[in-house]
Write a protein that binds this ligand. Structure first.
Ligand code: PLP
Length: 505
């Protein structure tokens, strides 16, 4: 393909992308294809001779599009949202046009420098303590692929720190703490690193938040049994119910156990710190005071395309101590300067303020090469501004409040846990069937969810909270407006009425 062919195909692609976004509302939300549909449709091997790009582009519409779930659809309320903005699409296009794997500063200085800058912009946007900023030269931020990678990297750094400080401890005696509500990333980190994982209990009375006393009791028990708890993964905004661990209590307990690394996974909810009114209630002060590392995925609810998981650490040297492997072929003048003479390599601006050593981000994550992800952050944050970002978050929360309010008022439904930001967890609990036992009510709700899942004009997901089956509703698509929420309310009512009528007979 030459540049002129690319120009023509590119214009067409942009036209088709615009058409896609402007017709989203008329499309089904979920795909109706059967497993294996694509293998049936596509040839068993790649073509021997190259094909015309127009044929390939048309086949994208014909074969791929029908198998897509439309996460930007205004009636998509499943999982957590993922962002797609026009600004981000343009940034991704520019990033792919140069294809820079910026693992070392010298491999492509702009990739590293922009990442260091936008991680400070986002830290500031969220109100994180300055010790997490790259400009601090002590802590810092990096864009990882996913919150699971971020948690894994934090665990690797915590383990390395612990072993350095306790050289005689056997790895099999190390323990990773999570709660029953921690995302699968906690178990996965344990699995990958071959660690013991202890799952701490939470209760419905505490809104599924991990409490300080639970942590303290576990620490005392494990330490007296000769075990070595070395990291706790806490959560702000759990996947099942948006619960927020009591980081204030946890932080106070952890002060007495300085060997315990606190990592906070706020994959979905963390971006809401952009709005100062949510900082106190969602424990940002505790994050700023106590935690060693913090993660939020801008690619979920933060107007940045997948992938863009932001990880900040209080001390970058723990990452580097754990992950720096530098064979000769990866050495560079700037990297050597940073390693051997940290202060000397610091550059100063015209006011004499240090503006940074050269970061080699390969030492801050698991892989070597990395995508130029900061570009889409830069585009999105500049195009929306802080005000635009805050408005998007608060609009989603307002829409969810509208939904939750109607659920509270209903005789047919009940809110299962306190709504969290843009998320409501609810179930059918009809007043007319108030004599139903828990198991029967669960069966009714499973049947209700099955009816919702069979529809392709709306998408929810389900969860189980300590034996209570319920439906999750999360607002996040930029196109969702009040009438979509009203449509969702009417639709769940209609489905519930059919079921409840049959159930009563
Ligand atoms: N943490 C929480 C609270 C989540 O809800 C999710 C996904 O929804 C994750 C982590 C996993 O995120 P990732 O896919 O970035 O690993």
């Amino acid at each position: 393909m030459d540049a002129e062919q690319f120009r023509r195909a590119g214009y067409q692609a942009i036209d088709r992308i615009c058409d896609y976004h402007s017709t989203l509302r008329n499309r089904p939300v979920t795909s109706q294809v059967e497993p294996g549909y694509l293998r049936k449709a596509l040839p068993p091997s790649a073509p021997t001779e190259g094909e015309d790009i127009q044929v390939i582009a048309d086949d994208y519409q014909k074969y791929i599009m029908p198998g897509l779930t439309h996460w930007q659809h205004p009636s998509f309320y499943a999982y957590f949202p993922t962002s797609s903005t026009f600004e981000g699409i343009l940034a991704e296009l520019y990033a792919s046009s140069t294809s820079n794997p910026g693992f070392n500063w010298s491999a492509s200085p702009a990739c590293t420098e922009l990442e260091a800058v936008v991680m400070d912009w986002t830290a500031q946007l969220l109100g994180l303590d300055r010790s997490f900023y790259n400009i601090s030269e002590v802590g810092g931020g990096i864009i990882q692929t996913s919150a699971s990678d971020s948690a894994l990297v934090a665990t690797v750094a915590a383990r390395s720190r612990y072993i350095r400080e306790h050289p005689h401890v056997a790895i099999e005696n190390l323990v990773l703490y999570i709660s029953t509500q921690t995302h699968s990333l906690g178990m996965k980190a344990g699995l990958v690193l071959g660690l013991k994982v202890r799952t701490l209990q939470v209760t419905a009375q505490d809104d599924f938040a991990l409490r300080g006393d639970t942590l303290k009791a576990a620490l005392e028990e494990d330490l007296s049994a000769g075990l070595h708890p070395f990291i706790l993964i806490g959560t702000v905004g759990t996947t099942s119910s948006g619960a927020v661990d009591r980081l204030d209590e946890i932080g106070e307990i952890a002060k007495n156990y300085p060997f315990l690394w606190l990592h906070v996974d706020a994959a979905w909810a963390g971006v809401a710190y952009a709005c100062p009114e949510y900082r106190e209630a969602y424990h940002l002060p505790a994050i700023n005071n106590y935690v060693d590392s913090f993660c939020t995925n801008f690619h979920k609810w933060g107007l940045v395309h997948f992938d863009g998981s932001c990880l900040w650490v209080r001390h970058r040297r723990h990452l580097i101590d754990a992950l720096d492997i530098t064979p000769e072929f990866l050495r560079s003048k700037q990297g050597d300067a940073g390693t051997f003479l940290f202060l000397w390599s610091c550059c100063f601006n015209v006011d004499g303020v240090c503006i940074g050593t050269a970061i080699d981000y390969r030492n801050w994550h698991l892989g070597l090469g990395r995508r130029f992800r900061s570009l889409k952050f830069w585009f999105a944050l500049r195009a929306r501004g802080v005000n635009g970002f805050q408005k998007y978050i608060t609009d989603c929360i307002k829409l969810n409040n509208r939904f939750a309010q109607r659920i509270y008022e209903s005789d047919l439904f009940a809110v299962v846990t306190k709504p969290s930001l843009s998320m409501t967890v609810f179930r059918i609990a009809p007043k007319s069937l108030s004599n139903l036992e828990t198991l029967e009510l669960n069966a009714l709700n499973r049947a209700f969810y099955a009816r919702l899942a069979a529809r392709n004009d709306i998408a929810f997901t389900q969860t189980d909270l300590n034996g209570v089956f319920c439906v999750r509703m999360v607002v996040g698509a930029e196109k969702t407006v009040e009438s979509d929420i009203d449509y969702a309310l009417a639709l769940i009512k209609e489905e519930a009425m059919i079921l409840v009528g049959n159930w009563a007979r």
